[in-house]
Design a protein around this ligand. Structure first.
Ligand code: NAD
Length: 494
């Protein structure tokens, strides 16, 4: 492999030397930076951060509460707020190189994917929701049980209040923006908690938000792990929790939020099926399978980790998958030759390897991959298992790594039941040229996201979220605004 590594900008080099701490009421708080931030491509320490303490969480929630109660954000006109969010998107793009380099180093994203994909996508989120600031209309209502003309009835959409936003490490900036943009457009004040592995880009985002004109206290960031998240979720001054992460933690959050019955929305895990029918365009399907499971090294909530292939094309498709998977180059994402990055941490890498070893012990057959690379970073080969049956854990458990489980099917009537046989219901995709079959199958699959002849394409305008144990509520589009607003009904006797 070529060894020409991406050269960091001076600005990024300088930024990494600064100790990182929580951002509360418009400034970084004092702290002793004692926790390491690791580059998963090299296992090297790239920066240090200080985790928030209990009193810092208190201060962040207080700052958010005060800014909300004093209407420092909602007091601006909707048009002014829209302009601020738009300006934030512009600033993010102006600082695109720095953001992309930090996402590359901290989250293991290839630079091209970060600079041309994640960063502009995250910025555009604020542009999309900037437009919503001036469109949070209510409706006038005709009373069903009263004489015409004696009453006026209407609804208002009001911000829910202080929102705690908790995100994972697999898309640190995008996941944060998917929550912040609609929450701010709705008029909420926020306390954001990134994953402890990946705090860098959201801290910079907070500074940019201040520069764009978000008033102090409206956007706070607290650093730390589960204990800090739990404190936020239990806090009586927090009105809303929006969480993205594992289903196991999602369940804990539901219990912890019951004290003051916070509104809770959850974007959780998945074990998404991809179905390839016999008439599919095989080259397109093969490329879709590879991208669906190996992009971001499989650390994608909608990763298509269960593949069902019609037996007429099973051998032909597997042949193509073997070739395409073999061409993937796992490696340090600073190297432009690397086409797949690392797992986020040693702990996560060990967990993915344990799933691989268990699948082998249970009798699954390895088509390719299965090994951890002998490198300093946390790399696992693109791995494909065949000869699976429904009792094997690999069919049920979310691995969140570059591991694909392939099964063949014959009878079309069975495939929907197989696809739906999961506790998850986040996403699915169908590959066929038969438009009627595609839509009929799409209607029967229990998943919040359904792609036909493509997989994984997200869009700010399209609701994103899961059925069953993949979550509650939806991000993106108007449904995201609904997560951060309450509806008030007003009835007036005239
Ligand atoms: P995780 O659930 O361990 O952690 C997610 C976040 O929650 C982190 O910030 C963590 O510090 C925090 N946290 C942990 N315990 C907590 C607690 N008790 N109270 C409050 N906060 C707590 O998940 P992870 O391993 O970081 O991320 C991977 C998981 O996220 C996978 O299951 C993946 O499917 C899921 N995910 C889902 C989506 C989606 O949109 N559905 C998107 C990305 C990731």
């Amino acid at each position: 492999m070529a060894t020409a590594l991406h050269v960091l900008s001076e600005q990024t080099e300088q930024r990494l030397k600064q100790p990182q701490s929580s951002w509360i009421a418009g400034r970084f708080i004092e702290g002793s930076a004692s926790q390491a931030i690791i580059n998963p491509s090299t296992a090297e320490i790239i920066a240090q951060f200080s985790a928030a303490q209990e009193k810092d969480v208190e201060a962040a929630v207080r700052a958010a509460r005060e800014s909300f109660d004093q209407e420092s954000w909602t007091g601006l006109s909707p048009s002014q707020r829209g302009k601020v969010l738009w300006r934030l998107a512009d600033l993010m793009e102006e600082q695109g190189r720095l953001l992309a380099e930090m996402e590359m180093l901290n989250a293991g994203k290839p630079y091209a994917a970060a600079s041309q994909g994640e960063i502009p996508f995250a910025a555009d989120c604020f542009r999309y929701f900037a437009g919503w600031c001036s469109k949070l209309d209510g409706a006038s209502k005709k009373l069903a049980g009263m004489p015409e003309g004696e009453f006026l009835a209407y609804t208002r959409r009001e911000p829910v209040g202080v929102a705690a936003l908790i995100v994972p490490w697999n898309g640190p900036l995008v996941q944060a923006c998917w929550k912040l943009a609609p929450a701010l457009a709705a008029g909420c004040s926020c306390v954001l908690k990134p994953a402890e592995e990946t705090p860098l880009t959201v801290l910079f985002l907070a500074e940019l938000a201040k520069q764009a004109g978000i008033p102090d206290g409206v956007l706070n960031v607290v650093l730390g792990g589960a204990d800090i998240g739990a404190q936020l979720v239990e806090h009586p001054q927090v009105d809303k929790v929006s969480f993205t992460g594992s289903t196991a933690v999602g369940k804990r959050i539901v219990s912890a939020a019951q004290g003051n019955l916070k509104k809770v929305s959850l974007e959780l895990g998945g074990k998404s099926p991809m179905i390839v029918f016999a008439d599919a365009d095989l080259d397109a399907a093969a490329a879709g399978v590879i991208d669906g499971i190996f992009s971001n090294a499989g650390q994608v909530c909608v990763a298509s980790s269960r593949l069902y292939v019609h037996h007429d094309i099973y051998s032909a498709l597997l042949e193509k998958l073997k070739v395409l998977a073999g061409a993937i180059v796992p490696g340090d994402v600073r190297d432009s030759e690397a086409s797949m990055g690392p797992l986020i941490s040693k702990r996560h890498c060990d967990s993915v390897m344990a799933h691989i070893e268990k699948a082998q012990a249970q009798g699954a057959s390895l088509l390719c991959g299965g090994q951890r690379l002998n490198k300093a970073g946390y790399f696992i080969e693109p791995t494909i298992f065949t000869e699976l049956n429904e009792d094997m854990d690999l069919i049920r458990d979310e691995v969140f790594g570059p591991v694909l489980a392939v099964q063949r099917f014959g009878d079309e009537d069975d495939i929907v039941a197989l696809a739906n046989d999961s506790e998850y219901g986040l996403a699915a995709s169908i590959w066929t040229k038969d438009i009627s079959r595609a839509h009929k199958t799409a209607a029967k699959i229990k998943a919040g996201l359904l792609w036909i002849n493509c997989h994984g394409l997200p869009d700010m305008a399209v609701p994103f979220g899961g059925y069953k144990q993949s979550g509650w509520g939806r991000e993106n589009g108007e449904e995201a605004i609904a997560q951060y607003t309450e509806t008030k009904s007003v009835i007036v006797r005239l």
